[in-house]
Write a new protein. Structure first.
Length: 78
């Protein structure tokens, strides 16, 4: 690919995570607002409950990191 096209692709790739996060949070807020308008009530989970969830899904993250390492990619980079 020509360098100018590579630069455009890199720029879009660099901007994508922030834009996608903003879209995700907007959708989440919209859904929460809709639920509240229908009378749904929510409360934060306890630290103990959060810890249970983290422990339960940790194997998924570990598997992902291993697959990325095998592919030569930075699976742990955040």
């Amino acid at each position: 690919m020509p360098p100018d096209i590579q630069k455009i692709i890199q720029q879009v790739s660099d901007e994508w995570p922030e834009k996608e996060a903003a879209n995700w949070f907007a959708l989440e807020k919209s859904g929460k607002d809709f639920g509240v308008s229908k009378g749904v009530k929510s409360s934060p989970s306890s630290k103990e409950e959060n810890d249970k969830v983290v422990k339960a899904i940790q194997p998924l993250f570990d598997d992902y990191v291993q697959k990325m390492k095998k592919a030569g990619l930075p699976g742990k980079k955040r």
